[in-house]
Write a protein that binds this ligand. Structure first.
Ligand SMILES: Cc1cc2nc3c(=O)[nH]c(=O)nc-3n(C[C@H](O)[C@H](O)[C@H](O)COP(=O)(O)OP(=O)(O)OC[C@H]3O[C@@H](n4cnc5c(N)ncnc54)[C@H](O)[C@@H]3O)c2cc1C
Length: 382
């Protein structure tokens, strides 16, 4: 067992850190205030290979691994969680489903442009009436000759405001349990008639990320757009979410570490009672607790990433890492604001944004309660 990153991963971590500091940091506040992602920054991240980290070079990816992807997610999210989720939904939800379940032809056609940085992906699973209860989905796909005709509505589809490709889930057979009656489709979002994308949903946090309602009105797609087997969609969705949770855990670790770093910097400069506030034992103990919890969450995230890279069972590790890291992110950002007093509450400093951004990590890709269900399910308690 080795808890240190090897040279290759350290180099990648350094590269992501430098990029986040120099390219993302100057834009993060403005993007949050404008509630819009900077398309120039998106293009830069595509050019630098941020959208294909764990994918094979055979498909135009960076040929790295899940651990490197978590390092990217942490470094980027330390500075801006909206950038983190933009990368994460594309990488672990959209691309991973096509990579694991797509045919060679589908991978060449859809995965290649996604991982080589030409196109952006999204993931359409959640519906207005079906969130935690994925099986309650109402979007249907009906067979018509050789085609499928899709009708329904997906909510909270991250990246959908600018994405090219969507991994979409629709009910194809109502006569069997939903777990066997759902099918995954790969959709060309920009060139398929019948698709309508709403304006951005106004949110508390990760406000720069694109997040819209996507409506499908008799959207006709050919059979070669089915990913995996007809009826295999539920399994694909769960598989993608298992992988996605590693990315969200890393995002939460990044938000927490970013907030702590900012709070420490401030506490060294701010003087009260004639001393820097960092010299008070209370501040030091607060920092010690925050760093300890972040380290624990990071190690759990790496455990899940390494298990996945070693082709071991990783789903329960991913759920545990996400649960832990999300709770840590919410707690640490709250303490970071506290450590900075009134200034922490002001928009001038990034911890205010980080506090708002942290909350979503307890909700998306499965709420904390859903993570508890996944972990309990793996413990053979019954
Ligand atoms: C900003 C944002 C981005 C998102 N991005 C995407 C995306 O790209 N693609 C996508 O498909 N989805 C996306 N989502 C959807 C997200 O995954 C869901 O919001 C999440 O799974 C929770 O579903 P819900 O909001 O419908 O809440 P609900 O399922 O209605 O849950 C509400 C509350 O009830 C609790 N609850 C529900 N069922 C149970 C139970 N059985 N036992 C105990 N407690 C329970 C939940 O834990 C929660 O506290 C996004 C959401 C947001 C807000």
């Amino acid at each position: 067992m080795d808890f240190k990153l090897d040279r290759n991963h350290l180099l990648q971590q350094e590269l992501y850190r430098k990029f986040a500091e120099t390219e993302i940091k100057p834009l993060a506040k403005e993007m949050d205030e404008n509630e819009a992602y900077d398309m120039g920054l998106l293009e830069k991240m595509q050019k630098y290979g941020f959208f294909g980290i764990p994918y094979s070079q055979d498909y135009g990816g960076a040929g790295s691994d899940t651990l490197a992807y978590t390092l990217c997610m942490e470094e980027v999210s330390k500075i801006d969680a909206s950038s983190g989720i933009t990368i994460s939904v594309h990488t672990s939800l959209c691309c991973s489903g096509i990579e694991e379940f797509g045919t060679e032809e589908q991978k060449q056609k859809f995965l290649r442009p996604l991982v080589d940085g030409s196109k952006i992906g999204c993931f359409g699973l959640t519906e207005p009436g079906a969130g935690s209860d994925v099986a309650g989905a109402q979007t249907v796909a009906v067979k018509d000759g050789e085609d499928w005709v899709i009708t329904g509505s997906k909510i909270f589809t991250t990246n959908s405001g600018f994405a090219d490709t969507c991994l979409l889930f629709a009910v194809t057979d109502r006569n069997v349990p939903a777990a066997k009656g759902m099918t995954a489709f790969v959709i060309d979002l920009k060139n398929t008639p019948g698709i309508e994308i709403s304006d951005n949903i106004e949110r508390m946090g990760i406000r720069a990320a694109s997040n819209c309602i996507v409506s499908y009105d008799n959207v006709r797609v050919s059979s070669d757009r089915v990913i995996g087997k007809v009826g295999g969609g539920f399994k694909i969705a769960m598989n993608c979410l298992d992988k996605g949770r590693i990315g969200i855990a890393a995002q939460a670790v990044g938000i927490a570490q970013g907030a702590l770093n900012e709070a420490i910097k401030y506490a060294k400069e701010r003087k009260q009672f004639g001393k820097p506030i960092v010299s008070f034992q209370n501040s030091q103990f607060m920092c010690a607790r925050m760093q300890t919890k972040i380290d624990a969450a990071r190690l759990m995230t790496w455990r899940a990433a390494v298990a996945k890279d070693n082709h071991e069972t990783f789903g329960p590790y991913a759920a545990a890492a996400k649960l832990m890291a999300a709770e840590v992110a919410v707690e640490v950002t709250r303490f970071a604001v506290q450590l900075m007093g009134g200034y922490g509450f002001c928009r001038e400093y990034p911890v205010e944004r980080m506090y708002r951004d942290a909350k979503i990590t307890e909700i998306y890709e499965g709420t904390n309660e859903v993570m508890e269900m996944v972990i309990a399910g793996s413990m053979k308690l019954r």
